[in-house]
Design a protein around this ligand. Structure first.
Ligand code: FAD
Length: 483
């Protein structure tokens, strides 16, 4: 039997379910990655080249996977075309009998995979799909009544109760050299420019590939026990920074969950908290799988679609200021600059900026969701949508609508010395710690001594938080009767 493994969000060749099964079932196993214009073109067309950093990361991961396969005498076949046509043509020209791939849970990916399967089956190629992206998928963790959970903590408890060593065991891969005559990536790997993207994004992209993920993991494991105390402070190296690697599968979720689980059993509170975050990732994937309507722009709680969001010129200006990091609230602005310049934003800041957009500026969370989606290297539909619906209170197990983050309090609590703010807003660097969170409240003398001219070096606040809070409570009245 000749098998073909189709790599997608699983760009590694260790602990890989589809590759493991292909090697067990086929004498010859070939590997393919498809750069699909259906996914790339919207990013290439985006007005400010926002998605280029993510595609550069993906491109680097594909090249790293090819290099890793080459060590054992295999190569990656790299195609540039629509998945259905590319795979059908490969199956015919290479005489493939079976396609192996790991399941994806986004509605668009599911539709694509169904189209691929139908086409290949018509060519007498059997298709096998596997669970690999998660420890437990859609129907595996259910309530006692067999229903999907919509609250996180009971989901997490059920998830942990269900866990056995077999769920965390690596799906071993022992590669055999492919026959020399088989096609390789070397001849087919398109350049970034050929894909329609810039070769050199402005800032160095996150290092791609499994070796880079492993280095990040090693670095993080030395800090894991303190994760629960450090993770909320954006100026501190608290979290793992593995999100983009998890997104593209350069590291396996089983490896990460096994590390966390083992250390948790040994008494590490940091590991327990981190495992909980990995379970949030699966929670939102499960929500998406059971409620695909959220991918069509609907609120998880339908009554939240009655909210009338701010519109018109003032709202457009406010949205542009939020995007550009010009709201006049330093923590919000520094966070947006982190996103715009690096493609990453710290989790605490994702919550603060998302809350600020919907609950201080009164702007529809879907606009923020789309802005993040275009820029985050780690963009994952389920986590991003889940995070935005949490912040706007429209999601399952979201924060209540009347809980409104105060952007200044968040700043004094989570960046007390303004270290993170100073990193992204050097024009405020000389303000004392006490004043950096709300420069408009600083005295004229303090501002003069720090060399800050409000309205010139840094904007006045776009809104008054107390007033905005009141308006938001009024705006959200429409959901009150039913929530
Ligand atoms: P760590 O703290 O080291 O966490 C480890 C991993 O757990 C993360 O890599 C991620 O896979 C998972 N994780 C952690 N927190 C969450 C969470 N709340 N929801 C789901 N998974 C989680 N995460 C994404 O991976 N992609 C997104 O597009 C995304 N968009 C978000 C949008 C908003 C508005 C909010 C509030 C959160 C979003 N998150 C998203 C979740 C979280 O902010 C990031 O996963 C985290 O900041 C990534 O950094 P890290 O890898 O260092 O995290």
């Amino acid at each position: 039997r000749r098998g073909l493994v189709w790599f997608r969000r699983d760009l590694r060749c260790v602990d890989h379910a589809a590759l493991h099964h292909a090697l067990a079932q086929c004498e010859t196993v070939l590997c393919v990655f498809v750069f699909d214009p259906d996914l790339l073109e919207p990013l290439a067309r985006a007005p400010d080249r926002a998605g280029h950093r993510r595609v550069a990361f993906l491109h680097g991961c594909v090249a790293a996977l090819d290099a890793a396969l080459a060590v054992s005498g295999n190569r990656l076949i790299v195609q540039h075309g629509r998945a259905v046509e590319s795979l059908a043509s490969l199956v015919e020209t290479l005489g493939i009998d079976a396609l192996f791939y790991n399941r994806d849970y986004e509605p668009a990916a599911i539709a694509r995979d169904e189209a691929v399967t139908a086409r290949l089956q018509a060519l007498s190629c059997v298709c096998f799909d596997f669970k690999d992206q998660v420890i437990f998928e859609r129907g595996e963790v259910l309530t006692a009544q067999g229903q999907p959970f919509s609250v996180f903590t009971p989901y997490k408890n059920a998830w942990l109760r269900r866990l056995t060593p077999a769920d965390l065991a690596p799906r071993d891969v022992v590669l055999r050299a492919a026959p020399a005559a088989e096609p390789t990536a070397a001849a087919t790997m398109p350049t970034l420019a050929q894909l329609g993207f810039d070769a050199a994004p402005e800032t160095p992209p996150l290092a791609p590939g499994s070796a880079a993920a492993e280095a990040l993991l090693d670095d993080f494991l030395a800090r894991l026990d303190d994760y629960h105390v450090r993770r909320d402070f954006p100026a501190v190296r608290g979290p793992s920074y593995l999100s983009a690697h998890l997104r593209f599968g350069t590291v396996s979720i089983r490896t990460l969950a096994a590390c966390a689980h083992q250390r948790m059993l040994a008494g590490s509170r940091g590991a327990e908290t981190w495992l909980s975050e990995l379970i949030w990732r699966e929670f939102y994937m499960m929500i998406l799988a059971h409620h695909p309507r959220v991918a069509a722009g609907e609120s998880f709680k339908p009554e939240y679609d009655r909210i009338r969001w701010a519109e018109g010129t003032a709202a457009e200006e406010a949205f542009a200021a939020w995007c550009a990091g010009r709201t006049g609230y330093p923590l919000v602005d520094a966070a947006m600059l982190q996103l715009n310049t690096t493609g990453y934003m710290h989790n605490r800041l994702r919550m603060v900026t998302a809350s600020f957009l919907c609950k201080d500026l009164g702007i529809d969370w879907r606009r923020g969701e789309a802005y993040f989606a275009a820029r985050l290297t780690d963009h994952d539909f389920a986590a991003n949508n889940g995070g935005w619906q949490w912040a706007s209170s429209s999601g399952c197990d979201a924060q209540p609508y009347f809980r409104i983050f105060n952007p200044v309090t968040q700043s004094t609590r989570f960046d007390p010395q303004g270290k993170f703010i100073r990193r992204y807003l050097p024009q405020l660097a000389k303000l004392p710690d006490r004043d950096i969170h709300a420069p408009w409240a600083a005295s004229a003398t303090v501002l003069a001594e720090a060399g800050v001219k409000l309205g010139k070096d840094y904007p006045y606040p776009l809104v008054d938080h107390a007033e905005a809070r009141q308006q938001t409570l009024e705006r959200y009245q429409v959901v009150k009767a039913t929530s």
